[in-house]
Ligand binder design. Structure first.
Ligand code: DHB
Ligand code: FE
Length: 288
């Protein structure tokens, strides 16, 4: 047995708010939703068999938990719980999120030592960017999500967003930080957001399936190539909100070079967004 923390899986998933609303309102069998939710089933089944001790959720706030006048490039929550934000229609009726302050503080210190100066959130309300991915993982959480969560926040909403390369490097530092946590615990890591979409402006409704398919493939096989895309190229190819995909690179950077694909699925459109899910097993030599 290892006596340090180990990343056992990585889950990349869109966080489109209407996916959460469809679940909350019992609409997942409706004709225009069924294919999307059917596409989650194999990932959910595998994840239910592989519950980690802690989950790290790399996500972005959408001006719900934070004001737009202070938007840190990278941040980390260190709280022992995070309330679900009210995004205008009352908070989603899902459990509040239990934190893991000890792991948060360890990751913070390790990442600062590596030159990633994360902003610290001792208090934080979490929006659809975090709760929808938890619902994609666990549709029926009951009174509590499957495990405590460490939120890592990324600015993807205000120019200039961090580069894809910087996100990938942060992920690699995160992987080392996790491997330096001196407790024998398992960790799942979620990279959230995307896929291609643009919510406003002349290209509102923009979706690029060819780019998304390429991204879904290379996030497993060649993340360094994705990390080489400039911010402007990402926005051109994936839309102004499609740049959320840089958060997948933080997840991927924290994993081994070789990972096994358990499942992936692509669906267009969820709201105005191309929705993707991809699940990877990070255990070396482990049978799926
Ligand atoms: C939508 C997508 C997002 O990523 C988001 O944060 C809000 C809305 C949408 O497609 O409706
Ligand atoms: Fe978003």
């Amino acid at each position: 047995m290892v006596d340090v923390a180990e990343v056992i899986w990585g889950l990349a998933t869109s966080h489109v708010p209407s996916i959460g609303a469809a679940m909350d309102r019992g609409k997942t069998e409706a004709p225009h939703w069924k294919d999307l939710f059917d596409g989650y089933a194999p990932a959910r089944a595998w994840l239910a068999e592989h519950r980690p001790d802690v989950a790290i959720v790399v996500y972005n706030d959408h001006a719900n938990g934070l004001d737009l006048d202070i938007v840190p490039t990278f941040g980390i929550g260190t709280a022992d719980r995070y309330d679900v934000a009210d995004e205008g229609y009352g908070p989603r009726q899902v459990p509040d999120v239990v934190g893991h302050p000890d792991l948060s503080l360890h990751l913070l210190e390790s990442l600062v030592d590596e030159g990633f100066d994360l902003t610290v959130f001792q208090e934080l309300e979490v929006d659809h960017g975090l709760t929808v991915p938890l619902s994609v993982w666990t549709p029926d959480p009951g009174d509590a999500w499957p495990c405590p969560v460490v939120p890592i926040l990324v600015n993807v909403i205000q120019y200039p967003q961090p580069t894809a390369a910087r996100c990938y490097a942060l992920g690699q530092a995160l992987g080392r930080a996790i491997a330096g946590y001196p407790e024998d615990i398992t960790v799942g890591i979620l990279g959230t957001g995307g896929m291609s979409h643009q919510l406003a402006g002349a290209r509102a409704g923009f979706i690029n399936p060819e780019f998304d398919r390429m991204w879904l493939e290379k996030i497993q096989t060649d993340p360094a190539a994705l990390a080489g895309l400039s911010r402007e190229e990402l926005i051109r190819q994936a839309g102004s909100e499609g740049i959320e995909l840089i958060m997948w690179l933080i997840m991927r950077g924290a994993m081994h070079d070789e990972v096994a694909r358990i499942h992936s699925h692509y669906f267009v459109p969820a709201s105005n967004t191309a929705a993707g899910v991809a699940l990877f097993d990070n255990r070396q030599g482990a049978p799926a």
